[in-house]
Each structure stands twice: as structure tokens, then as C-alpha cells.
Design a protein around this ligand. Structure first.
Ligand code: GDP
Ligand code: MG
Length: 437
């Protein structure tokens, strides 16, 4: 994956201890290769490494106290810039505000329409209406109804009407009458770009004049994503990009290239099929993720969304006092389970993505962990340090696992406690140092 390759690139630096002019060039060559392998356009990758090189020279990397760290920082900052500045939301100023989805069939328009409605609904002042403008496939209309039911959002459709523009107009009138302040138009797509699709979406766009036109694209389509983005942008001059299917190990190349080619911000990312598998796109976090540092900030935020605040305060105290034990870990696991799939979450923990990659992770992975913790005495849970070999054997037997697995969990637990302590200390810097070692 891209992260691995960039890791390797930085390894060149680490191996030398100090960077020299020669291995700066070597490293950048590796970085460039990694980007190209991840479907980043060659020209973009080349420009990128040139900029990094100039910055490295400008900031006198070779003479700095920690050249490797500075180099990583420059690469990260540049990646962030390349993917767009700060996170941007969607325009909700209209009454109602109309949001138009565009993109190929299967890109994730219907799914994202639901996710966006769900996301907006949690802001108490928003009452979204989902609109089925796919007039070709009755199943597509049904699909949107299923989505609407899941998230408890009204769906407007009209199977008799064959003109998507008329459906959209009817929906907007309906929204005005019924107090919906956001109208999300889910449209039909084709498997590949064709004239009829482009004419149709362009018609809707011209007549309805939405507040926000979004282009939805499957991140797994790599270089194709860039071409599709360009074709749609030529016709619609859209406002933003939604990058879907960025779950697990999907290559980040699309995110890097799209922004450079169409010069439109990526606004949200889809990270799974479920309605809550959506995140605001933050270029710097994406850069972190691409660099294999893990999307810690997202992880923490997502955790915070789900945690009871009182619970969180208690936990913080415990972590601060080094009193975080396995009972807390167990309740964390319960929380994590609520949050999303194991794969999603592992990908966000620094280092863990790599560690787990070769293992077949599914949500069953929790079962062993839970079994092991359940086989510990309350004393052991509160103070894992007392778990010696004979205790490990007993726990292994009791949980139907092995001493090795018990050891592994203990090790992971201690690493995790350390990491949590660092995050507590607001230690972005500390985190960076840890990554360096
Ligand atoms: P549409 O044709 O553009 O409306 O695409 P759909 O919303 O029907 O999505 C096509 C398929 O991709 C469905 O099976 C979705 O469940 C799946 N999908 C959509 N978004 C994501 C995502 O972010 N991650 C994953 N893993 N699957 C997704
Ligand atoms: Mg659809």
C-alpha cells in the first residue's frame, strides 16, 4: 500500500541516521514512486517531490536538529496542501437548500445521500428530504426508501413521472410545504460516462440551480476516478467531491489527484456501507493516514461522539493517574463495537493498521480479547502488572486461548495505555517522536 511504500521511503532516511543531499534525493524518488503506484498522476507526483525538495533546502533540513522529523513534516504539510486547505462544509443557506448528487452508477450516490441526510438530521435544526430522481431503475427508488426508513428521513418519489426535473421541482414544492430545509436529490448514473446521462444531470443542474452540486466517486477506481471527475466537472462545474469506499486499505491516490485536476475540495469521505460510516474530509488527517500515522484525531473524535461525557471524564482521570485497567478496556471494547467495524477503527490507530494487515480482522477479533479479560480476576484487571507466568497460564486455559495470546493482549494493552496517555497530554509532538523510534 501507499503507506507501506512511504514508510519504506522514510526508512532510507532512518537507516542513514542523518540525511545527506544524496539520500534526500533517494527518499524523494521513493516517495514519488509510492505516489505513482497509488494512482497519483505522474506529473502531480513529480511536482510534489520537487516542491518538497525546495522546501527541504529552504528550511535547511540537513542542518536541523532532527532532519528526519522535519522531512516527514514537510512531506505531510505538502500532501495536506495538495488535497486542499481546511475542511469545507456544504452550503445550507437556501430555504430549502438543495443538494444535487452526481456520479457514475455504483459510486455510492444513494448511500451517501442517506449518510448526508442522517448527518444533517443530528443537527437538530435540519430536516432533510431525500428525493429519488432515478427514473430508470425502480429498484433504485426502492433502495432510497429503504435508506430513508433506516435513518427515519422522509423520501419523496414518483414512479409515474419520467422527467427527473419535474420530480425535483415537485420535491422542492413538497419540502416548502412541509418544513424541510434541506432537499437531497439522488440521481441516476450510468456505468460509464455517456451523453444521455450528462445531458440529464446537466438539465437538472441548470433548471433547479442547486445550492450545492456534489460529485460522488468511488476511491477504489483509482486513476479512473480522476478522469470521471474531470468529465463531470466540465459539464457541471460542481462544488465538491465525495470520496466513497475509503474503508480499510483503499489507496489514497484518488484524493491526492482529484483536487489537483479539478481544483474542487473533497468534502466528505465514505468509509463503509452503514449510514454512520461517513466523515468530514480533513486534508491533514488524510495526509496522516496516507503517511501511515493513523487517523488519530478522527478516532478520538468519533469516540467522543459516542461516549457519555461523564464516562469520558472518569476515564481521563484514570488515564492521567495511570489507573486505566482491563475493566476499563472491556467497557472501551463495548464502546468501540458501537462505533463501527473493527477494520475501520484499526485503520485509524497508528501502527495498528500495519500490524493487523496480515491478520484476518473481523469483529470476532474482539471475542478472544473479551474471553481473556473475563478470565482475569478483578485484581488482575485493575493491576495487570501482577500477571505472572502462572497467572498467564491460568488465564489462557480459562479463556480457551494460549499463553501467547494472553501475552499479546497484555503487550497491546500496555502500548495502548501509553498511547492514550500521550493523547491526553495533547502530545502531537510526542506522538511524532514515538513514530520516529
Ligand atoms: P449509486 O449507484 O451511486 O447510488 O451507488 P450506491 O449508493 O447504490 O452504492 C453502490 C454500492 O456501494 C452499494 O453496495 C453500497 O453499499 C456500496 N457503498 C457505498 N458507499 C460505500 C462506502 O463508503 N464504503 C463501502 N465499503 N461501500 C460503499
Ligand atoms: Mg443510486
Amino acid at each position: 500500500s501507499l503507506s507501506d511504500k512511504l514508510d519504506k521511503a522514510f526508512h532510507v532516511l532512518k537507516g542513514h541516521g542523518q540525511i545527506t543531499e544524496v539520500n534526500v534525493a533517494e527518499t524523494l524518488k521513493e516517495v514519488r514512486r509510492a505516489l505513482v503506484d497509488a494512482d497519483v498522476n505522474f506529473k502531480i507526483a513529480k511536482n510534489f517531490t520537487n516542491t518538497v525538495k525546495e522546501k527541504a533546502i529552504g528550511q535547511n533540513v540537513l542542518k536541523s536538529l532532527k532532519p528526519n522529523q522535519l522531512m516527514v513534516k514537510i512531506v505531510k504539510d505538502e500532501l495536506t496542501d495538495l488535497m486542499g486547505g481546511d475542511a469545507e462544509g456544504v452550503d445550507l443557506s437556501g430555504s430549502p437548500s438543495v443538494i444535487l448528487m452526481s456520479g457514475l452508477q455504483g459510486s455510492g450516490k444513494t448511500t451517501f445521500s442517506g449518510k448526508l441526510a442522517n448527518f444533517l438530521k443530528t443537527k437538530k435544526t435540519r430536516k432533510p428530504l431525500l428525493v429519488a430522481c432515478d427514473v430508470y431503475r425502480p429498484a433504485a427508488i426502492d433502495q432510497l426508501h429503504v435508506v430513508g426508513e433506516q435513518i427515519n428521513v422522509e423520501v419523496f418519489s414518483n414512479k409515474e413521472e419520467k422527467d427527473p426535473v419535474k420530480i425535483a421541482q415537485g420535491a422542492i414544492a413538497h419540502a416548502k410545504q412541509n418544513g424541510h430545509n434541506v432537499v437531497i436529490l439522488d440521481t441516476a448514473g450510468r456505468l460509464a460516462i455517456d451523453e444521455q446521462m450528462m445531458n440529464e444531470i446537466s438539465d437538472i443542474h441548470k433548471t433547479i440551480q442547486p445550492n450545492e452540486t456534489l460529485f460522488v466517486v468511488d476511491a477504489m477506481t483509482g486513476q479512473d476516478a480522476v478522469n470521471t471527475a474531470k468529465a463531470f466537472n466540465d459539464v457541471l462545474d460542481f462544488d465538491g467531491v465525495i470520496l466513497t469506499k475509503l474503508d480499510g486499505d483503499t489507496r489514497g491516490g484518488a484524493a491526492i489527484s482529484i483536487k489537483s485536476v479539478v481544483n474542487k475540495p473533497i468534502k466528505f469521505i465514505g468509509t463503509g456501507e452503514k449510514m454512520d460510516a461517513v466523515d468530514v474530509f480533513y486534508p491533514s488527517r488524510m495526509a496522516d493516514r496516507i503517511l501511515g500515522m493513523g487517523d488519530v484525531v478522527s478516532l478520538v473524535e468519533r469516540a467522543q461522539e459516542q461516549y457519555d461525557e461523564e464516562e469520558a471524564r472518569k476515564l481521563q482521570k484514570k488515564i492521567a493517574k495511570n489507573k486505566f485497567g482491563f475493566d476499563d478496556f472491556l467497557s472501551q471494547i463495548q464502546q468501540v463495537k458501537k462505533m463501527g467495524s473493527m477494520k475501520d477503527l484499526m485503520g485509524m490507530i497508528p501502527g495498528a493498521g500495519k500490524m493487523m494487515k496480515n491478520m484476518d480482522i473481523d469483529d470476532d477479533a474482539f471475542k478472544h480479547i473479551e474471553a481473556i479479560i473475563h478470565s482475569m480476576t478483578p485484581k488482575e484487571r485493575a493491576n495487570p502488572n501482577i500477571i505472572n507466568s502462572s497467572r498467564k497460564r491460568r488465564i489462557g486455559k480459562g479463556s480457551g486461548t494460549s499463553v501467547q495470546e494472553v501475552n499479546q493482549l497484555l503487550k497491546q494493552f500496555s502500548q495502548m495505555s501509553k498511547m492514550m496517555k500521550m493523547m491526553q497530554g495533547g502530545g502531537g509532538k510526542k506522538m511524532m517522536q514515538m513514530m520516529q523510534n
